[in-house]
Design a protein around this ligand. Structure first.
Ligand code: GLN
Length: 190
């Protein structure tokens, strides 16, 4: 099992540590030619979506990644990664990969609630630690897109086939159940 991390910016190292702890091999994607290697799953980390989107385009990784996701490569996206996947952003005309049938609002929790921590249910898994850091909100998810977690009426995680997207950061906690869910329910059944 080889898990590739988009390693242009953001917290890819934290995701990498989680998947290594779970016994996966990992690969950092830093340039276009890294995409030629074989891997079973792709991680889009948290960070700054504007920077990530710009680098993806400059490095010519944008089209191959979009195609790969469209063809069914399992992908786990956290926070900025969700913004990269969304088909529409509110208050922002930019669309990045646009493969996820969801409408997303950046920095949805405002300055006061910029960062917070809760425990909640994710896909029926109880008491999952969830760190939100200048998180976006999934305002709407359309057909094919299933809600896996919510917090106070806001959608925090969705799945659309091979794409698993969450506005919080499971990789920042010592609880690997979200990553295990991804490996068993999406990568393993791919
Ligand atoms: N606010 C960031 C953005 O708009 C996302 C924050 C995060 O990934 N923790 O890209």
């Amino acid at each position: 099992m080889k898990v590739a991390l988009l390693a242009l910016q953001g917290d890819f190292a934290e995701h990498e540590a989680v998947f290594r702890a779970l016994g996966a091999e990992t690969l950092q994607l830093r340039q276009k030619k890294d995409l030629e290697q074989q891997f079973d799953a792709l991680i889009l980390p948290g960070g700054e979506s504007t920077v990530q989107g710009k680098l993806l385009r400059e490095l010519e990784m944008f089209d191959p990644l979009k195609e790969m996701i469209g063809q069914g490569k399992p992908v786990l996206a956290t926070c900025a990664g969700v913004i990269l996947l969304a088909r529409q952003l509110l208050d922002d005309p930019t669309v990045h990969l646009g493969t996820l049938n969801a409408v997303v609002r950046r920095n949805a929790y405002g300055r006061q609630l910029g960062s917070f921590f809760i425990r909640g249910s994710f896909a029926g898994i109880k008491d999952v630690p969830m760190s939100f850091i200048r998180a976006p909100q999934i305002e709407f998810c359309g057909s094919g897109c299933e809600v896996l977690a919510e917090h106070e009426g806001r959608i925090t995680a969705v799945r659309q086939g091979n794409q698993l997207a969450m506005t919080f950061h499971p990789e920042l906690c010592d609880d690997y159940r979200v990553a295990q869910y991804f490996l068993s329910e999406i990568v393993g059944k791919n």
